[in-house]
Write a protein that binds this ligand. Structure first.
Ligand SMILES: Cc1cc2nc3c(=O)[nH]c(=O)nc-3n(C[C@H](O)[C@H](O)[C@H](O)COP(=O)(O)O)c2cc1C
Length: 192
């Protein structure tokens, strides 16, 4: 069976460069044989995590749709902007809610056993690379095994062609290498 992946960006902005990168990664993973669902976090808007809100109302309804997608996926393609050298509040908040218990269902069990790759895109010269270590730390803590490969796309406002692919050959082959390794790893695990 084809490997199932979720592609998502840590930005809800309509013109988000990281959504473009997540979509480019989805195309690349599809070419490697995966079945990819692109998730726009705009469609799963959640309030800022607050313990009292959770105690009163439980997890937000919007998180349940995402939980279902996560339950059914094998791996993650995550592209997130860098905000002041760190991961975006949107990505942290989304994963914080997902990590919480919903009735009898553990949130952390949803992440356990998943594999993924990390990317960032920025109009700046470093491509958001400083945020990737922080992203790696918190997502690994959730139980996701992240491959060592990562990609930071600098000058991202100029980086994509009209079909949404990375223009620069070096970046494109790096992205293809990452998605190929993720698909190969997950296929090997499925058959082990
Ligand atoms: C609060 C804030 C902090 C930012 N800090 C950084 C930064 O540390 N490094 C960087 O490369 N870009 C930084 N940026 C610029 C973002 O990379 C840029 O807005 C990018 O387009 C956001 O990603 P998106 O296009 O996916 O929404 C920052 C933007 C905001 C709003």
């Amino acid at each position: 069976m084809a490997v199932k992946l979720l592609a998502l960006a840590g930005s809800a902005r309509e013109g988000s460069l990281n959504k473009r990168l997540a979509r480019a990664a989805a195309l690349s993973a599809e070419a490697a044989g995966a079945n990819v669902t692109f998730v726009d976090l705009n469609d799963y808007a959640m309030p800022l995590y607050h313990g009292d809100l959770e105690a009163k109302e439980g997890v937000p309804e919007a998180s349940r749709g995402l939980r279902k997608l996560l339950r059914e996926t094998d791996g993650l393609l995550i592209a997130s902007p860098e905000y002041n050298g760190f991961v975006t509040p949107l990505l942290v908040n989304t994963f914080d809610w997902l990590s919480r218990k919903d009735g009898e269902e553990s949130g952390l069990d949803l992440f356990k056993g998943k594999y993924g790759v990390l990317m960032s895109a920025s109009p700046g010269p470093l491509g958001g690379i400083r945020s990737l270590a922080a992203a790696r730390q918190f997502i690994t803590t959730l139980g996701v095994t992240l491959l060592p490969d990562q990609l930071a796309v600098s000058k991202a406002h100029e980086a994509f062609d009209e079909e949404g692919r990375l223009k620069e050959e070096g970046q494109r082959s790096r992205l293809d290498g990452m998605t190929q390794r993720l698909v190969t790893t997950l296929s090997a695990l499925e058959h082990s």
